[in-house]
Design a protein around this ligand. Structure first.
Ligand SMILES: Cc1ncc(COP(=O)(O)O)c(C=O)c1O
Length: 378
């Protein structure tokens, strides 16, 4: 008998008792290979000694200080690190505790940005079908998992959806990838024009679609066109890289491979690698500057934002990824997976669609976990 409202009430869950590397052991001693790192979270595997050491040390020093009154050394250091490696123009970080919170914060910051600029009529969000952006009301509204949205419909903000980039199903047999990309870009622009360009706050998309399509990257050129369209209408581009970001595709941010810089990027999952609940919203300096010159405060906060222990975990994870050159490993493993998918697809085309689609065009999609080596010098 459990007193927890688990994800499925009728299901009996094994008790995870310990974990090391890719293995999770339950309380009966049974071992499980955590091949996907949970929901694309445990990018360094379990029990990484460097991350644990950093967390232990931080815990002995400072566990919590409320962000209304204090900042912390580690929160500042993590922000410095994230900004130093962020796409062009990204200048500030807003901390949260997970992916949904990051998306929620993105939607609110985007709206507040326009309020501060006096563009009060901007009220619509455009997003894509077959996307998942999280489970809180704002994030659920912009996502399109109908089975999760349906009963909460009356509570959701108005969002307009356009087609995803789903080449396998969406591209016509007589259509080249570039023409397909152009068709989707025109659909987005038509939607923005239908709503009135000056009424739209943002376009939200996963750079590589995760949970709802299964590792599907955009066709080349798509995000470049999206960026142009957003700029033309003054609409913010919010990329949700909660699942595909922080190294999972072989570059720290998946959008680096698209050659564009969004206005806002939501990150989580691999940011803390499962060692602590942490997410973040990265923003263009112009957005920060607008708030700073205007009201001076983002009207949004959480008690646990910037939690020192979570920031410590995230900083240590990022340092290990860089020190051990794990992104090169992602690229290597991604190319290997792409080759294998290609060979399978020759025999069984339908088997090699999703994971393969991400790999075939250079977006690698795999767990970073690599053999451990040196420890971090602090
Ligand atoms: C792309 C994307 N955005 C947002 C979320 C929500 O993140 P969380 O479950 O941490 O709230 C997820 C979770 O799977 C996700 O894949």
């Amino acid at each position: 008998m459990t007193h927890i409202l688990h994800r499925q009430t009728g299901h009996s869950y094994p008790v995870a008792a310990s974990a090391q590397g890719v293995i999770i052991r339950d309380s009966a001693g049974k071992e499980y290979i955590d091949a996907s790192g949970g929901a694309a979270v445990s990018c360094l595997g379990h029990g990484h000694p460097d991350v644990l050491a950093a967390m232990h040390e931080q815990l002995d020093r400072l566990a919590y200080a409320h962000t209304s009154f204090f900042t912390s050394q580690v929160a500042e250091a993590l922000a410095d690190d994230l900004i130093a490696h962020a796409p062009r123009g990204i200048g500030r970080v807003f901390y949260v505790s997970g992916g949904s919170e990051a998306v929620e914060a993105a939607l609110k910051l985007a709206r507040q940005y326009f309020v501060e600029r006096g563009e009060l009529e901007r009220r619509y969000i455009v997003a894509r079908y077959q996307s998942y952006h999280g489970i809180t009301l704002g994030a659920l509204a912009v996502g399109s998992r109908e089975w999760q949205r349906q009963q909460f419909g009356p509570l959701l903000i108005e969002t307009h959806h356009v087609s995803p980039v789903y080449e396998y199903r969406g591209r016509r047999a007589d259509e080249m990838p570039q023409a397909y990309s152009e068709r989707l870009a025109r659909e987005l622009e038509a939607k923005i024009e239908e709503l009135g360009g000056g009424n739209v706050i943002a376009f939200v998309a996963e750079t590589v679609v995760g949970a709802t399509l299964g590792a599907v990257a955009a066709v080349p050129g798509y995000f470049g066109r999206v960026r142009e369209i957003c700029d033309r209408h003054g609409v913010l581009l919010i990329l949700d890289e909660v699942m595909c970001g922080m190294g999972r595709t072989g570059t720290l941010h998946a959008c680096e491979q698209e050659g564009i810089s969004p206005d806002l990027i939501a990150i989580a999952k691999g940011l803390g690698g499962g060692y602590a609940p942490i997410g973040a919203l990265l923003m263009q300096e112009k957005i920060f500057a607008t708030i700073a010159k205007g009201s001076g405060a983002f009207q949004h906060s959480h008690t646990y934002m910037g939690h020192p222990l979570a920031c410590t975990a995230a900083l240590a994870v990022q340092q290990v990824i860089r020190r051990d050159d794990l992104l090169a490993n992602v690229r290597r493993q991604g190319s290997h997976l792409a080759r294998r998918c290609a060979s399978v697809s020759a025999i069984m085309p339908s088997l090699a669609t999703c994971a393969g689609a991400a790999c075939f065009r250079g977006s690698n999609w795999c767990t970073i976990a690599a053999p451990r080596s040196r420890s971090i010098q602090r």
